[in-house]
Ligand binder design. Sequence first.
Ligand code: ZN
Length: 323
Amino acid sequence: MNPPALLLVDGHLDLAWGAGLGRDLTLELDTLRERDPVATETATVTLPELRAAGTRVCFGTLFADPAAGDARRQALAQLEQYRRWEDAGWIRRLRTGAEVAAHLAAPGAPLGVVLLMEGADPIRDPDDLPFWVAAGVRVIGPAWGRTRYAGGTNAPGPLTEAGRALVTAMRELGVTLDASHLDDASFWEALELGPRVIATHANSRALVPGNRQLSDEMARAVAAAGGVIGLVFLGSFIRSGWNVAQPRVGLAELAAHAQHYAALVGWAHVGLGTDLDGGFGREKAPAGIERYRDVPRFLTQVPKEHRAGVAGLNWARWLTRYL
Ligand SMILES: [Zn+2]
């Protein structure tokens, strides 16, 4: 007999962005691969594939590519994509802890999606925040690279004046801060403003240097605020200096990030934030992760008593308590 499937919650998937590339995510993965318009990488994620993996909830991004022009327009188009999927019964948007709890109690329900804005440039100014909250956005990462609001990955710097106003407005409206991509200066300034905080997709800087990953102090601060940190399945975020010309990294190397976090802050603060459709495919994922339904293979690297927590229950606990 097969062991019971684990309930998965993924802290970070760029579903609507992928659809914007022309991928029909309602297809079975094998079918998408046959007709994938994205030739540079092998897709690992579709909605049926997530279901087959046991994924019950994910944070789904609104991500505006800085190279693709008007950020607000991009995010609105992605919002529309999530609405279309919801109308067609593929997903269900989740906005509150009570909705998450009810959703998790209904095993047959479609994928639950918590809207997460990655990079805040689509938000015109803090007065525009209520519009996005009404649309269901519950988590915002002000940075990606540098944005109008914050210093970010490979673009150090503090919050701008608009960034301080945005984080303050987020706190007042109960919108959670995603610390992923925030440069240290912006991170510490934002935390002083007192929003709720998580890191949807960030590995450990102790193993991979650079401001894209969380320092030990940052990880402690996220955990101290009750937050969860999602593990990213991208090779170059798992092993410093890795590139796609090399053999793929191993799942044990990804587990080393989980173990580092667990030693710092405890397993209860460690979850998934795979980013598996975030601009990279199978080629840059760890060996053994050929498609999304292989994600549970990683969990065999986690101590047995913490496996269900890392798979999804840690995020589920956070979501039901704080969303
Ligand atoms: Zn990201």
